[in-house]
Design a protein around this ligand. Structure first.
Ligand code: NDP
Length: 360
């Protein structure tokens, strides 16, 4: 497998079995309109679990097809192009197959990342990518924060790490090099947006070291939901005006119980329910009426048209300046992608999980 740019007159192997022969003039055998991309880094997200289902079951996202490659958000670099939209060297953001190289034909499905801030490319899969969009769009659309209010954010992120993956490394956002551990990209970003809006923030995660991270990024009250009773914390620190829900289940029930009148619930995810055959039945739904709560579910892609321009114009700069902090976990090699997917479902990830497929 070649890792550098193809040269005229050389044969380029782009898969274990397929080759591209370049003639002496450098003309490529790519069909008109297509472009060859080397995949650099792929995202691992909780929602991939929902794609591993019986395709007959309806959902907002199509099911994976057994026998075909997985796919998800990723960053790749264009090696060859027969499409005027892209040139070799462009870094593209979009949905890629879990492959080392792909030949694509739809330029509308990808966008060039300028990366003027010089951030690591993988950041465009986390805080500057879909999870960061989720946090910002959901917060702007549904939270309606007022200074001095109290927000509860179920930040999510792993049990104590016992990594089975041999090739793994951690990266801290520029301002975070002194911090030790992390939490998920959506919850971490929401905490920081809530603090910037002048709220008191209560945050939870599944290990003490992640709780320390939540405090380091500004949470006023952070606790380990596996060892501390969520209800006791909310009773002491609440009532809550905003609940950012990443987990659903019993925690949602507790949030309803300790919600203030007119509280807003942003229903972002329910990871506690993704892998259970026996969904948790929430017992206090009638309080939604009595407390006049607003519960808003949302999918990030539905809000993209409204907020994407603002997100792209502001988030990379805020991250580069250390105003928004992040942490990511890098798994190296496509062969470890399966374990990374399972680890996110089991809460073993420390921050945004990405698979590094290749170095530049
Ligand atoms: P994270 O990196 O936070 O990973 C998920 C985390 O959830 C795990 O690390 C784990 O942390 C926690 N978790 C796992 N299992 C359970 C469980 N049974 N009960 C409670 N917590 C659990 O993920 P993201 O930041 O990428 O995503 C956070 C949430 O946002 C997810 O629910 C996801 O589905 C949702 N989402 C929604 C989108 C939308 O458009 N609505 C878009 C993107 C994400 P811990 O150690 O704390 O248990």
């Amino acid at each position: 497998i070649r890792t550098e740019f193809p040269e005229p007159g050389k044969t380029m192997v782009y898969d274990d079995s397929q080759t591209i022969d370049l003639d002496q003039d450098g003309a490529t055998p790519l069909e008109h309109g297509t472009f060859l991309v080397k995949v650099l880094v792929l995202s691992v997200d909780p929602y991939l679990r929902g794609k591993m289902r019986d395709p007959k079951i309806e959902s907002y996202t199509p099911a994976f097809v057994v026998g075909e490659p997985l796919y998800n958000y990723g960053i790749g670099v264009v090696l060859l192009s027969e499409n005027a939209a892209f040139k070799p060297g462009d870094h593209l953001y979009g949905v890629f197959m879990f492959q080392q190289y792909v030949v694509e034909s739809d330029p509308g499905a990808f966008r060039v990342i300028e990366n003027r801030e010089g951030l690591p490319w993988s950041v465009y899969l986390g805080v500057c990518g879909m999870p960061g969009e989720t946090a910002m769009y959901g917060w702007k659309e549904h939270a309606h924060p007022n200074k001095g209010e109290t927000a509860f954010v179920t930040a999510g992120a792993g049990t104590h790490i016992e990594h089975s993956i041999p090739h793994i490394s951690y990266v801290l956002g520029f301002a975070d090099r002194a911090a030790s551990r992390a939490s998920g990209p959506v919850g971490s970003t929401v905490i920081q947006l809530a603090k910037a809006d002048g709220l008191k923030v209560i945050a939870s995660a599944g290990s003490d070291d992640k709780v320390a991270w939540l405090s380091s990024i500004g949470a006023d009250v952070a606790f380990n939901y596996k060892t501390v009773d969520t209800r006791a914390v909310l009773e002491r620190e609440g009532p809550i005006d905003i609940y950012w829900d990443n987990v659903g289940g019993e925690t949602l029930e507790a949030a309803i119980e300790y919600a203030a009148r007119h509280a807003r619930f942003t229903e972002c995810g329910m990871i506690s329910q993704y892998n259970t055959a026996q969904p948790y039945h929430i017992k206090n739904l009638k309080s939604i009426v009595g407390k006049e709560l607003s519960l808003s579910g949302f999918i990030v892609t539905s809000l993209r048209a409204k907020y994407e321009a603002e997100f792209r114009a502001t988030f990379p700069r805020r991250v580069a300046e250390g105003e928004i902090r992040y942490r990511e976990e890098r798994v190296h090699g496509l062969g470890n992608a399966g374990r990374a997917i399972v680890d996110v479902q089991r809460g073993r990830n420390f921050g945004k999980s990405v698979v590094v497929v290749a170095d530049e």
